[in-house]
Design a protein around this ligand. Structure first.
Ligand code: NDP
Ligand code: CA
Length: 328
């Protein structure tokens, strides 16, 4: 007799999609099993609420409630035994990139390293290219990774790139996160402008790739509030990215008040850390899944018996703007 799951509605932005079906994108740090049980110290979450044998169904239920076309996860330490096989049986193709020195490996009885995982609906998209990146900061290799996949819609022929990442956590590491973000942006710039499919200009325009590069979606736990430099870097990059969740705010320009809310021995932490970035010129946001209220989250915050992670899932519907733009 668990409490009911959090009910969340979509906010429709009013942007009327003339396209067929929008692309539903989900971003979620699912909380690594080993970290949740062995490292995080969520003092207001009962240990029984973290049992993998039950928690895994809450994670899968959350994913299947929204049935995303593209699913970007962080802190995945049950890829091979759970998410890959279960989601493959439901029509998802996927890729997993473990962290080189995952903190999960320090935990007794761990299930292997955690990492980023990217899933997509294989009936809808064909995989053209995958890159696994180890992020650098100030020329040095770091423990953070990203996956970048180039997908082609089997129905429209449109091509786009989707990236998933999880930047370095904790305060005091703001400059490090910013450097990781700079490296990721530079890699994304290269991956979206070099053509993996030898295309002439006419073909390039038809599939939606422009002289500005392949349209891009970047999902991540950036571990950074919007006030941080790495956020500003993404907001102002030459890739022309915007953040989907700003649509929820009244002025259309403000991130949600929180995407993660937890209580550790050090105290309560309520912060906006997770983002879905998209190429502003290529996509419009049709709908965004609302953030649950403080009352819905409850006094013990997250994770809990009714929500399996300390981070909320972000879900939005993106559709291609009417015509592939072409700037000459
Ligand atoms: P990060 O600092 O990025 O954090 C790792 C994880 O810890 C994140 O998933 C983060 O979650 C979570 N976290 C954030 N804040 C806290 C907190 N206050 N208490 C508990 N957990 C928190 O780690 P790195 O990837 O840079 O790795 C550093 C760690 O890796 C070291 O602490 C060490 O334990 C381990 N390590 C392991 C090695 C090995 O071979 N096994 C070698 C070297 C290091 P979120 O993103 O949700 O905030
Ligand atoms: Ca975490």
């Amino acid at each position: 007799n668990r409490p009911p799951r959090l009910h969340r509605d979509f906010m429709m932005t009013g942007a009327c999609s003339l396209q067929s079906a929008p692309i539903r994108v989900m971003q979620w740090n699912i909380l690594a099993q080993a970290l949740g049980e062995g490292k995080d110290g969520f003092v207001r979450c009962p240990m029984e609420a973290l049992n993998w044998s039950e928690r895994k169904y809450l994670i899968l239920e959350e994913i299947l409630t929204y049935k995303p076309d593209v699913l970007c996860l962080q802190e995945v330490d049950h890829y091979f035994d759970t998410f890959q096989p279960v989601l493959a049986s439901l029509g998802y193709q996927s890729s997993f990139c473990p962290k080189p020195c995952s903190p999960c490996l320090d935990v007794h009885n761990n299930n292997g390293p955690d990492g980023c995982a990217l899933f997509f609906n294989r009936r809808r998209f064909q995989l053209l290219h995958t890159a696994h990146l180890r992020l650098s900061a100030m020329m040095l290799k770091t423990n953070q990774v990203a996956i970048v996949a180039t997908l082609r819609c089997r129905f429209t022929g449109r091509v786009f790139c989707v990236a998933v990442t999880h930047l370095k956590a904790r305060s005091g590491w703001e400059a490090f996160r910013s450097a990781q973000g700079a490296h990721l942006l530079q890699q994304l710039c290269e991956l979206t402008t070099q053509s993996h499919t030898e295309m002439d200009d006419e073909n390039r325009t038809r599939v939606g790739e422009t002289k500005d590069g392949i349209p891009l979606v970047v999902c991540g736990d950036f571990n950074a509030e919007p006030s941080e430099e790495v956020y500003r870097r993404f907001m102002t990059s030459p890739l022309g990215l915007d953040s989907a969740y700003k649509c929820l705010s009244e002025d259309g320009n403000t991130e949600p008040p929180y995407t993660s809310w937890k209580i550790r021995p050090s105290g309560e932490s309520r912060s906006t850390l997770d983002y879905i970035w998209y190429s502003e010129r290529a996509f419009q946001v049709d709908a965004v899944l609302k953030i649950p209220s403080e009352e819905q989250i409850g006094p013990d915050r997250l994770p809990s018996y009714h929500y399996p992670s300390d981070h909320l899932s972000l879900v939005c519907d993106l559709s291609f703007s009417q015509k592939p733009h072409r700037f000459m």
